[in-house]
Design a protein around this ligand. Structure first.
Ligand SMILES: Nc1ncnc2c1ncn2[C@@H]1O[C@H](COP(=O)(O)OP(=O)(O)OP(=O)(O)O)[C@@H](O)[C@H]1O
Ligand SMILES: [Mg+2]
Length: 469
């Protein structure tokens, strides 16, 4: 992701025993510097944790979140960056860029790598044109070796694409830029679609729920192979759910006369939209590419998702959980209806009344213990009530369950318009929007019964949906 930010460290800055020579790249998550090691003069590369929502303050070199509301996400991402760097420091593989060390400075974190002499696969393709079969084998069989190794160490790369593969002068590939920390930080801040690379990201990467398995890296690798052979980007995964525009490689007569058909079929198979339809191990993919597996093992299964059931009482049964849930994440046809939401609201009213009662009792006991009359004036009671209701709704609807107890009981949850979890701030907006929904005979609530997406006025104001789980 290319990104102009103008707040990188200046050339000549001394950074943990290195001198900054120049900025190599400014991504949405980090700045990459070419540096030289002060003691040995060796060329190295340092990556700085610098997400798009962070900045280097004024003249100081210190990095921090752009606003207070980004503080938590900044720190969460920083922790994930360092943890990932520590994992990568243990990786030693010919085709994986090593991480020499990681350190904290200027309020952020850095990882140090050796400089790999080479060019990105993107540049290699521009310079050399379409790779031949032997180049394809040399590059991608080697990258599958790298994936075997990282997956065995419980790491997913998550951002395999031509820009993240370096090709050395001898033609050997090196995998760089592991994106797990970036993606987990993004899922925390509901920014998933801003960090993943469209066309190379697997369908499941568009959701914070996964499933996150090695098969998502096989998708990225197959998309990279597809691009290398055709010069075209494969269609974006979410666009493939209905009326898949993907053009199979095995059906391309020009390619199949030049390349091993088993390799073309393997690419098609690993580009299946649903993780479970892809091949499931790097070894299997290598064998399939080389024509060592029977043809029927590689054949692409048909993409025939079941129709999404219309929401109606009693139609919640999910005939095939894996595939159906994957479809549901981006297809929000299953909106929760008025009566279901009404029942959930009654349960929540009982729960919040219970909490208010318990808090009132507790307050009363404290007052009596302090030797006063057990009396709460109306004003205090109303403020307490409001605080209890607001925290209950906003916290629960922005939590991982995305639902209050009432909604959980009815099997429904709150999402944003793309089907993702909402933030605490948005849940707060939705909660206070209910005051407006309540005006004029609760018309804002009744709108749930007759709007297309079954949204109340407060849902519309906060950009939310209430859907069946
Ligand atoms: N170890 C390295 N040796 C040589 N060049 C490197 C090395 N690491 C990165 N580069 C160069 O810097 C570019 C950017 O690096 P990288 O892909 O790690 O970060 P990014 O994509 O800018 O960051 P982000 O994590 O924000 O997406 C690479 O495309 C490559 O040209
Ligand atoms: Mg990159």
């Amino acid at each position: 992701m290319s990104f102009e930010r103008h707040d990188a460290l200046a050339t000549g800055t001394i950074l943990h025993g290195h001198t900054v020579e120049k900025v190599m790249s400014e991504g949405g998550f980090g700045i990459v510097y070419l540096v030289s090691h002060l003691a040995t003069g060796e060329k190295r590369v340092i990556k700085e944790y610098m997400p798009s929502f962070a900045l280097r303050a004024g003249d100081s070199q210190n990095v921090g979140p752009r606003s207070i509301s980004d503080q938590d996400t900044f720190e969460w991402g920083l922790k994930a960056f360092v943890e990932e760097a520590q994992l990568l420091m243990r990786m030693k593989h010919l085709y994986v860029v090593p991480v020499i060390e990681a350190f904290h400075k200027f309020g952020t974190a850095y990882l140090v790598m050796p400089y790999v002499n080479g060019m990105t696969l993107t540049d290699w393709l521009k310079q050399n044109g379409r790779p031949g079969q032997s180049d394809m084998d040399k590059i991608f069989i080697a990258l599958l070796e790298a994936l075997k190794y990282v997956h065995e160490n419980d790491i997913l790369h998550r951002d395999i694409k031509p820009d993240n593969i370096l090709i050395k002068p001898d033609g050997q590939p090196v995998l760089i830029d592991f994106g797990s920390a970036r993606q987990s930080a993004a899922s925390k801040s509901q920014m998933l679609t801003q960090v993943l690379t469209h066309h190379f990201a697997a369908f499941e990467q568009y959701s914070s729920n996964g499933p996150f398995t090695p098969a998502l890296d096989y998708y990225g690798l197959a998309a990279t192979m597809y691009f290398s052979l055709t010069g075209r980007l494969p269609p974006q995964a979410p666009d493939r759910i209905h009326g898949d525009p993907y053009e199979s490689l095995i059906g391309d007569t020009t390619l199949s006369s030049e390349y091993r058909p088993s390799m073309l079929a393997t690419i098609d198979r690993c580009l299946c939209v649903f993780a479970r339809d892809r091949l499931q191990s790097a070894f299997e993919i290598q064998r399939a590419m080389l024509g060592e597996l029977p043809e029927n093992v590689i054949t692409v299964p048909p993409l025939t998702p079941e129709p999404i059931p219309e929401s109606s009482p009693g139609s919640e049964a999910n005939p095939e959980p894996g595939r159906q849930q994957e479809i549901n994440k981006l297809s929000t046809n299953s909106y929760a209806g008025f009566w279901k939401r009404f029942m959930a609201a009654i349960i929540d009213a009982i729960v919040t009344t219970g909490i208010s009662f318990a808090v009132g009792m507790g307050y009363g006991i404290l007052v009596v213990l302090a030797g006063n009359e057990p009396y709460i004036d109306d004003g205090t009671a109303s403020v307490l009530n409001l605080l209890i209701n607001w925290t209950y709704f906003a916290r629960m609807e922005s939590s991982s369950s995305q639902a209050t107890l009432g909604k959980m009981a009815l099997g429904i949850k709150v999402t944003d318009l793309d089907g993702y979890r909402i933030s605490f701030g948005r849940a707060t907006g939705r909660y206070f929007g209910k005051i407006i929904s309540m005006l004029v005979f609760c018309i804002g609530f009744l709108m749930v019964a007759f709007t297309k997406k079954k949204q109340g006025l407060h849902d519309m104001m906060a950009g939310c949906l209430v859907v069946n789980k």
